[in-house]
Design a binder for this molecule. Structure first.
Ligand code: GDP
Length: 447
């Protein structure tokens, strides 16, 4: 951001969910320190206004003669704070009443309640972090596995922004060259060699393609990799799910078609979250309810990255049509009933007794390549970023066609500008208040 914008009012919100032993209330803005001083008394008697940033102070918060709680106050002075403004964090006992009293005291003394994500939005507006880093804050909070944390953390630390910045830098150079030609349009000069420009565009497109392709893995890791367990009725899908989860979550019965709806459960295998989807048995039926279940199965199948096709007798026919992008694992269940000759690549298990299930889990885990994510490479996991990259690539391909067809620099540079804008919306160089409102409304209050 070229122009850091510091807010001119002071906000307050609890930063921790209720129910913990300790809670934190945040106050941020130009009057944060003065407002906290109005209801906080330090043991040593020194007001916060006289204290340096990055110091802690123990004392009491209260209203006139009424003591509310013993607290520890952390003081951050502008610009060395999360948001860039003055900030006070009050750690109190985790009672919802105490927290609401502290928030009330701050409001009585001139603060207003923060909106969702407002602290992080202020950090963005003050130029402390860019937009993709701000979004990563929400992803870090929501991270539920080693892989999803690693993904969010790379983005938060700016690794992602750095690769986009270098792309933008190259595109800016390209746009500048083309736009320079416009200034000399009368003289019909070409500052940039067309062949080199096309090469440059191809290289940039290659990098953007790499980022867009990483979205499939990034998004799956963030939301949990979908694993659909499919198979004819009674092959043991629910038994397998229960075996994996170690509980009786899905209904098991001798009757075909018991699983009427899809059951979804999450497990973490070696740092990656998987969403296991037990699906209604696929078969022809007139039962309306069952047919609805089957429809859902087909939907779940389409959205899953991995399909575990379960059989209990040798079969050459596939149960369902599998998409090109999906990894299929064929599994023969009920192997406890006797040795089976398995076709090559199949896994033999007994869902009922557990044999082979660990091997199956490792195969499922092995179907997701997490090396890039775990090693901190740039991986796209946010659908807004993905859409912007796709839009950028479309404009890039128009620019390339334009160059190949020797269109005027003016037309080509317009498309290059669209690419620049698309990348700019990811990091927030180009943004609108609507986009900001949409992004930060998904945050929790106090972040
Ligand atoms: P689904 O319709 O595919 O979900 O099948 P279920 O999980 O409901 O299982 C159907 C029947 O097969 C039940 O009676 C299970 O106990 C039985 N079954 C499931 N897995 C195994 C297995 O590994 N070995 C044996 N012998 N029976 C199994």
């Amino acid at each position: 951001m070229k122009f850091p914008i510091l807010a001119n009012d002071t906000i307050v919100a609890p930063a921790t969910p209720s129910g913990g032993a300790i809670a934190v209330v945040r106050i941020e803005g130009p009057r944060a320190i003065e407002i906290a001083d109005a209801f906080f008394t330090a043991d040593k008697g020194t007001p916060l206004a006289e204290m340096k940033g990055y110091t802690l102070s123990h004392g009491v918060v209260g209203d006139r003669d009424r003591r509310i709680d013993d607290v520890v106050v952390a003081l951050f002075r502008s610009p060395a704070s999360y948001t860039g403004g003055d900030m006070v964090e009050i750690s109190c006992h985790g009672s919802a009443y105490i927290v609401s009293e502290i928030v009330r005291l701050a409001i009585d003394n001139g603060a207003r309640s923060a909106t969702p994500g407002e602290f992080t939005k202020r950090a963005f507006l003050a130029g402390k972090i860019d937009l993709s880093q701000a979004e990563a804050v929400a992803d870090v909070i929501a991270a539920d596995s080693k892989a999803s944390l690693s993904l969010a953390d790379t983005q938060l630390r700016g690794g992602y922004s750095a690769s986009l910045a270098s792309l933008r830098g190259e595109l800016l150079r390209l746009a500048a060259l083309l736009e320079l030609e416009l200034d000399f349009s009368e003289e019909d000069v070409e500052f940039a060699n067309r062949g080199e420009l096309i090469e440059l565009l191809e290289r940039i497109d290659g990098e953007m393609a790499h980022l867009t392709h990483s979205f499939a893995t990034g998004n799956a890791i963030k939301k949990g990799v979908g694993v659909a367990i499919v198979g004819k009725p009674n092959v043991g899908k629910s038994t397998l799910l229960n075996r994996i989860l170690g509980e009786d979550r899905a209904m098991v019965s001798e009757l075909a078609g018991t699983t009427r709806d899809t059951v979804e459960e999450c497990i973490t295998i070696d740092g990656v979250l998987f969403r296991l989807i037990d699906t209604a048995g696929l078969h022809n039926t007139d039962d309306r309810l069952e047919n609805m279940g089957i429809e859902r199965t087909l939907k779940a199948l389409q959205s899953a990255q991995v399909v575990v096709e379960l059989f209990d007798s040798p079969s050459s026919e596939d149960i369902v049509e599998i998409g090109n992008e999906q990894r299929v694992i064929r599994v023969m269940n009920k192997c406890d009933r006797g040795e089976r000759d398995l076709p090559e690549g199949w896994i033999g298990i007994s869902a009922k007794y557990g044999d082979g299930v660990e091997h199956l889990l490792q195969t499922i885990r092995g179907s997701v390549d997490t090396e890039a994510v775990m090693s901190g490479e740039t991986v796209v996991s946010n659908s807004r970023h993905y859409a912007a990259l796709c839009e950028g690539r479309e404009a890039l391909s128009r620019a390339r066609e334009g160059l190949e067809m020797s269109l005027s620099s003016e037309l080509v540079s317009m498309d290059v500008r669209v690419v620049l804008d698309s990348i700019g919306t990811i990091t927030g160089e180009v943004t609108s208040s609507d986009i900001l409102a949409e992004i930060f409304s998904k945050f929790c209050i106090g972040k």
